[in-house]
Design a protein around this ligand. Structure first.
Ligand code: A3P
Length: 378
């Protein structure tokens, strides 16, 4: 489906919402809307957020605001990314065009509650793992992951707001968990200023690049789109920040600095540390989330069970994570399995030449100089 078709479908979807007075008509409209919703929003777990009835005036206002965001976005610098998708430069970072309306909208409409948890990552840094762990810790029910893809556990907040219809987040049970790839400086003030908490998962840039490269090769691409570019070219773009939410270094540094100045607000985790000692990091997450494990839970082996059920080895073998696609609302058909490749630390050694690795390391060293942020086992 083309970008225009998607927007057209979204417009149809939005304009189809009415507030009928007759209960029977209302029920029928709701049923029909839900059919359309199911086609548009591939995530059935959060679809209720779009059910709250709105007046005609509200819908028109939302649509107008969406158009204005798109006009603002159209004036931003445009480049192709290593994912071969159009990116716009906004506040120093590169964003997929289709997501930017959501980011602009969040600035006006997101009202976090103190108990909200935001799971923040640069793409391909272990978001899927983080979502699974946070869900298992929050619910104390890791077994639900046997039939629920980690990306069905917490929605990406910017994707949620990227259509013209605003979701009603109040219908979600508390404490709510949202995911985001938005850099700290681009988060809405409401998130930065509220007592809600953020868990950031950081990954060493060479492995992040390799993971990004493989993932973008596997993404469904429209017929007309070019074939994946060679890795050296992709790396050049990555170094210039031309990958979604790039540059990676600034993304990581912002959250790192915030975690240093506001440790109660931002918990900074590293993928490599999590692989080395998952149990210790699960305990850190649980404490930070305000859900430390009780003595009884510790004795019952709850921590080990969460680690086991959220491990790459376990999740990647589950049927729910092996079949199906998502991202239809963005004209994509991303395989659920594409979030699981091999989950290794140091896999870059299999893919990057010595010169490529040296170049990336030199950039990393220069960017992180004197920041205190380092990568272990890289
Ligand atoms: P690789 O491509 O290096 O294998 P994201 O979730 O942000 O899209 O990141 C995807 C990366 O995290 C992929 O890395 C994927 O294999 C890895 N991953 C997914 N689930 C994981 C898990 N449970 N434990 C560790 N790594 C995981």
């Amino acid at each position: 489906m083309s970008y225009q078709n998607i927007l057209h479908s979204i417009n149809i979807l939005v304009t189809s919402f009415t507030v009928p007075s007759n209960p029977k008509v209302q029920e029928e409209e709701r049923r029909m809307s839900s059919q359309k919703d199911k086609q548009m929003f591939s995530n059935p777990y959060f679809i209720e957020c779009y059910y709250t009835p709105k007046t005609k005036e509200q819908k028109e206002k939302e649509l107008r605001a969406h158009q204005e965001y798109k006009e603002e976005i159209a004036s931003l610098p445009l480049q192709q990314s290593l994912q071969q998708r159009p990116l716009r430069l906004y506040k120093g970072f590169w964003f997929h065009e289709i997501i930017l309306p959501g980011i602009l909208s969040l600035h006006h409409h997101l009202h976090p509650t103190p108990s909200d948890i935001f799971l923040a990552t640069f793409p391909k840094s272990g978001t899927t793992w983080l979502k699974a762990l946070a869900f298992a810790i929050g619910t104390r029910n890791p077994y639900a992951l046997l039939s629920r893809h980690p990306h069905d556990c917490s929605p990406f907040i910017e994707g949620f707001f990227s259509g013209p219809r605003l979701p009603d987040l109040d219908v979600l049970p508390s404490p709510r968990q949202f995911a985001t790839h938005i850099p700290y400086s681009v988060l809405p003030n409401s998130v930065r200023d509220s007592p809600c908490r953020i868990i950031y998962l950081c990954r060493e840039p060479k492995d992040t690049l390799v993971s990004t490269y493989h993932y973008s090769k596997g993404m469904h691409r429209p017929e007309a789109a070019p074939q994946p570019m060679p890795l050296p070219e992709a790396m050049e773009l990555f170094c210039k920040g031309l990958s979604m939410y790039g540059p990676v270094w600034e993304h990581q540094l912002e959250y790192w600095q915030e975690s240093q100045s506001q440790p109660d607000k931002v918990l900074f985790l590293k993928y490599e540390d999590m692989k080395a000692d998952p149990e210790a990091n699960v305990r850190r997450m649980a404490e930070f989330m305000g859900r430390p494990f009780s003595v009884e839970e510790e004795m019952n082996g709850m921590v080990g069970e969460i680690v086991r059920l959220c491990s790459f080895e376990k999740l990647s073998q589950l049927e729910v994570n092996k079949v199906g696609v998502r991202g239809k609302e963005f004209g994509l058909a991303i395989k659920n399995s594409s979030f699981f490749r091999n989950g290794k630390v140091g896999d870059w050694r299999e893919h990057l030449t010595e010169q490529m690795a040296e170049k990336l390391d030199a950039i990393t060293q220069a960017k992180l100089y004197q920041s205190g942020l380092t990568y272990s086992n890289s």
